[in-house]
Design a protein around this ligand. Structure first.
Ligand code: GSH
Length: 217
C-alpha cells in the first residue's frame, strides 16, 4: 500500500486517521510537497489527474482518490472497527456531517483556490486569510448547530462510536487552527475533537506530527 501524502494536507489527515483506526500502515508514504507545487508535476498528475492529495495505491491499483471515497473503501475492505452506523438514516447523517467538511468547506480553502485568489485575482494576503476564516466559520457554525441540538450526537458526532464524521471534524478543527479562527463559539465541536484526540489514531495522524511539519503552524 502506498499513500501519497503531505504533512499539511487536511484531506490526507482524514485518510491517515482511518488507516490508523483500521490498524493499517502503508508500506510507503510518498511526499508530494504542496507548498512547492509538486502536486502539479506531470509524474503526480499521472497518479491523480486532479493534482491533489491524497491518493492511495492498494496492491495492483487502480489509484484511489478523494479522501471520503478512500475512507469508505478502507471501511469496506477492513470492516473493523466500522466507521459508519448500520441504519440508513444514521449513515446519511454521518455522511452529511462529513460532507459539510469535505464537500462544502474544505474545497474553498485548498492551495489551488488560494493561489488563484492571489495570482489571478490579485487579492492581498489579509483578504485571502479572511476568505479562509470565513469558510471555516461557516462550516463550524453549521456543524455546531447540528451537533449541539440533535439527539443522535453522543460522545462523538454520532452516538458513542467514532465515525467518518469525527474524522472530518478533526480535519476541520486542525484547518481552523492553522487559520487562527476563534474557536470559542463551538463548544460541542471542541468537546468531540478533544475526545477524538485522546485516541492515538487521531493524535499521531495530526498534520503537525508528520515528517517535514513545523513545530507549530
Ligand atoms: N475533496 C478532496 C480534496 C483534495 C484536495 O484538494 N487536497 C488538497 C490538500 S488537503 C490538495 O492536494 N490541494 C492541491 C491544490 O489545491 O493544488 C478530498 O477530500 O480528497
Amino acid at each position: 500500500m502506498k499513500l501519497f501524502s503531505f504533512w499539511r494536507s487536511l484531506a490526507t489527515y482524514r485518510v491517515r486517521i482511518a488507516l490508523n483506526l483500521k490498524g493499517l500502515k502503508p508500506d510507503e508514504v510518498i511526499e508530494v510537497d504542496l507548498i512547492k507545487g509538486h502536486q502539479r508535476d506531470p509524474k503526480y498528475r499521472e497518479v491523480n489527474p486532479m493534482m491533489s492529495l491524497p491518493a492511495l495505491l492498494d496492491g495492483e491499483g487502480p489509484v484511489l482518490f478523494e479522501s471520503l471515497a478512500i475512507i469508505e473503501y478502507l471501511d469496506e475492505t477492513h470492516p473493523t472497527p466500522p466507521l459508519l452506523p448500520t441504519d440508513p438514516k444514521g449513515r446519511a447523517r454521518v455522511r452529511g456531517l462529513a460532507q459539510i467538511v469535505a464537500a462544502d468547506s474544505h474545497p474553498l480553502i485548498v492551495p489551488r483556490v488560494r493561489e488563484y485568489l492571489e495570482h489571478e485575482l490579485k487579492i492581498p494576503e489579509p483578504a485571502r486569510n479572511a476568505w479562509c476564516q470565513h469558510w471555516h466559520k461557516a462550516a463550524l457554525t453549521g456543524l455546531e448547530e447540528h451537533l449541539s441540538t440533535e439527539s443522535a450526537t453522543g460522545t462523538y458526532c454520532h452516538g458513542d462510536q467514532i465515525t467518518i464524521a469525527d474524522i472530518c471534524l478533526a480535519s476541520q478543527w486542525a484547518g481552523a487552527n492553522f487559520y487562527k479562527v476563534d474557536l470559542k463559539p463551538y463548544p460541542t465541536i471542541a468537546r468531540i475533537v478533544a475526545k477524538c484526540m485522546e485516541n492515538d489514531a487521531f493524535a499521531r495522524a495530526h498534520p503537525l506530527k508528520q515528517p517535514g511539519a513545523p513545530a507549530a503552524a
